[in-house]
Ligand binder design. Sequence first.
Ligand code: ZN
Length: 188
Amino acid sequence: MFQLRKHFSLSSTLIYIFILSLIFSTSLSANQNKNKGIPTQEDQEFLNKIVENIGFEDEIVISVGPYYKAQKISLTNGVVLVINNKNFKAPSFLFFDRNVGIYYILIDYLFYKKFTIEEKKFVIAHEVGHAQNPNLRGSIVAEQKADEFALKYVSIETAIDFLEKYSEADEEDLKRQRIENLHKVKQG
Ligand SMILES: [Zn+2]
């Protein structure tokens, strides 16, 4: 009987240690994710600065995830978007959630990891530029106006390099018109 009790308490101790280690490792990995911080505090501060400069009143949230060519996009607030266009390809885009009145700057994770600090600034500023002109969405002019807005925060070289590097192969024409517009803005 004594032996049995001893055995029993040893196994409960082991189970207890096992559960503790599970809890510990879970909270540890949560902390590590927090420290990695995607988007970074720097990204967030940059966005806050723009929002403050222009006095933008709606909330804007940066969300980074596996969004490129995705047909389902999970937002940080749990909303899931179903994308109808199968050719949906962009390193980043702006989504307005009408239900909650929040703009989301959605950045694909793999692109995000490649971006330099200046490129991230270009992406964030460009998307805020779209938020400022919601009625232009989906047109070349919309892209040009968003690029022009971004030029308040990044150099024209950064903007052009970005377009050269990250434009889709089937968007040569759009890329050319955007770069031409950037040159025009710089000259004018
Ligand atoms: Zn755009």
